[in-house]
Write a new protein. Sequence first.
Length: 113
Amino acid sequence: MGSTQSWLVVLGLAVGTFLIRYSFIGLFANRDMPVWLLRALQLMVPAIFGAIVFSGVAMVGGHVAGLDQWPRYAAAAIAFGVALRTQGNLLLTVMAGMAALHLLPFLAAFIRF
């Protein structure tokens, strides 16, 4: 792909992204959004975040992580438990998940199952 084609792709993506974002402003500038659309938009961010987190936990090198990657699943479960317990405190959830992700393999080296 040449330099001109690359810039045309970037320009096309920029225009497409702008039109997608502007469509909501143009369509709903002086109107109330329907309740079903407002609810769907509110649920979109948690759904996207969940998909990103799930792929980070369950995928290793483009493949589904097996049971040999149990510390990843255990750390995700611990983070989920902390999120439920602290009513969604993001900082504590991330800290607990990262601590578990790094400490569990270290502890597993001392305790062989």
